[in-house]
Write a protein that binds this ligand. Structure first.
Ligand SMILES: *[C@@H]1O[C@H](CO)[C@@H](O)[C@H](O)[C@H]1NC(C)=O
Ligand SMILES: *[C@@H]1O[C@H](CO)[C@@H](O)[C@H](O)[C@H]1NC(C)=O
Ligand SMILES: *[C@@H]1O[C@H](CO)[C@@H](O)[C@H](O)[C@H]1NC(C)=O
Ligand SMILES: *[C@@H]1O[C@H](CO)[C@@H](O)[C@H](O)[C@H]1NC(C)=O
Ligand SMILES: *[C@@H]1O[C@H](CO)[C@@H](O)[C@H](O)[C@H]1NC(C)=O
Length: 340
């Protein structure tokens, strides 16, 4: 008698637990986490605009914030892993007022991997609420896109605390990298950083020297800046020994040259893609590149190549698949027997 009562009790407990589990599974798979939904609603006023309409961010119409525009969740855990506040505003050519972000508003998204904040007229962060605040909590943040904003060098210190970053896009901002600035020395703390995009800023030659410790970089974009003349800090570039892709388009560079020993060679032996278009290089550039034995792609259109190119200059590029020399003043290319 006692035993059967006990068995009955156990059965009831098991059933209750099953019901609870079933119920909970149901509740977690059908909506995002409440604290993340609330945090999103706190972000809404900053990013909601004519150009980035966040009408879908509405608890009443749709409780599951994983389905809101620009929100990406892990499909099993339902935690937020990506957030995209891409705004078209910047591209309308409108003069926008500088805006200051409270980065602490991202703190609840502890599993965030990707954050896209392109084109939002962000000039910096609210005092004491910078990106550094996120460093101990957002350990999974790998991609941060801050392109097309109004950021200057002063943002670099707080960004340098986001040690999990692999990809940082600061293209088309107001970064100068001036010689007294320690900005890129700070960024050197990001030892996992593989891609750094800085196109469309106002960087000068000396920035290469300040970047010399960013040796984890595989891709560096410096197009449309103010690099010019003899690139006297080429040794800074040569320090980036893991570089695969280098973009120097749209500057006024005439030649590579190291300040230290006058050496004119780029020595990036892993480099696979090199973009030198729209600069002021002449025929002597090929001699500077002949250490780049892994180069697969070289474009040097719109420069000052003149007369005829001797294919012998290209002998070193044994892996080259594409060479673009359009929009120069080349007459002909001399090909030696045995090359083809
Ligand atoms: C989703 O979350 C689960 C549980 O936390 C984890 O095991 C899985 O790797 C995550 N998937 C992705 C794509 O992040
Ligand atoms: C920034 O956001 C955090 C988190 O919501 C909040 O506690 C803090 O008061 C905000 N700071 C400012 C200056 O608005
Ligand atoms: C850089 O931006 C910060 C924040 O907007 C501003 O206070 C500072 O004056 C700017 N510095 C320069 C050199 O423009
Ligand atoms: C690079 O690292 C070396 C050694 O760790 C250090 O002495 C130097 O100051 C660093 N240079 C820059 C530009 O950060
Ligand atoms: C090519 O450019 C280099 C560096 O600016 C210069 O020293 C050299 O005289 C130029 N050569 C020709 C043929 O113009």
């Amino acid at each position: 008698m006692m035993e059967s009562k006990w068995v009955w009790f156990m059965r009831m407990m098991v059933m209750r637990t099953l019901l609870l589990l079933e119920g909970c599974r149901w509740c977690t798979t059908n909506a995002c986490l409440e604290q993340e939904r609330i945090a999103l609603l706190h972000l809404k006023p900053f990013f909601n605009s004519h150009y980035n309409d966040l009408r879908s961010w509405d608890e009443v119409k749709n409780l599951d914030c994983c389905e809101w525009k620009g929100v990406e969740c892990n499909t099993t855990s339902k935690r937020l892993i990506g957030l995209s506040f891409y705004s078209e505003e910047w591209f309308q050519g409108e003069k926008l007022k500088d805006r200051y972000l409270n980065a602490s508003l991202f703190l609840p998204f502890v599993e965030l991997k990707r954050l896209y904040l392109s084109g939002n007229a962000i000039a910096g962060c609210v005092e004491n609420e910078g990106f550094g605040k996120l460093s101990s909590t957002l350990n999974n943040l790998k991609i941060l896109d801050l392109s097309y904003n109004y950021l200057n060098d002063s943002i670099l210190l707080s960004l340098s605390e986001l040690s999990s970053l692999r990809y940082l896009d600061l293209s088309y901002n107001r970064i100068e990298g001036s010689s007294h600035s320690r900005g890129f020395q700070w960024i050197s703390r990001l030892t996992k950083l593989e891609t750094l995009a800085l196109s469309g800023n106002s960087l000068k030659n000396s920035v290469l020297l300040h970047m010399r410790n960013l040796s984890s970089l595989k891709t560096l974009r410096l197009s449309d800046n103010q690099l010019e003349g003899r690139l006297l800090h080429t040794q800074g570039l040569n320090n980036l020994i893991n570089l695969r892709k280098l973009d120097l388009r749209g500057n006024q560079i005439e030649s590579f040259q190291s300040f230290k020993d006058g050496d004119r060679k780029l020595k990036l032996t892993h480099l696979e893609e090199l973009y030198l278009d729209s600069n002021l290089f002449n025929d002597s550039v090929f001699a500077s590149l002949n250490k780049l034995s892994n180069l697969k792609y070289l474009s040097i259109s719109g420069n000052q190549l003149k007369g005829s190119i001797d294919m012998k200059d290209l002998d070193a590029f044994t892996n080259l698949r594409t060479l673009d020399m359009s929009n120069n003043e080349l007459k002909d290319i001399v090909i030696h027997k045995g090359i083809i």
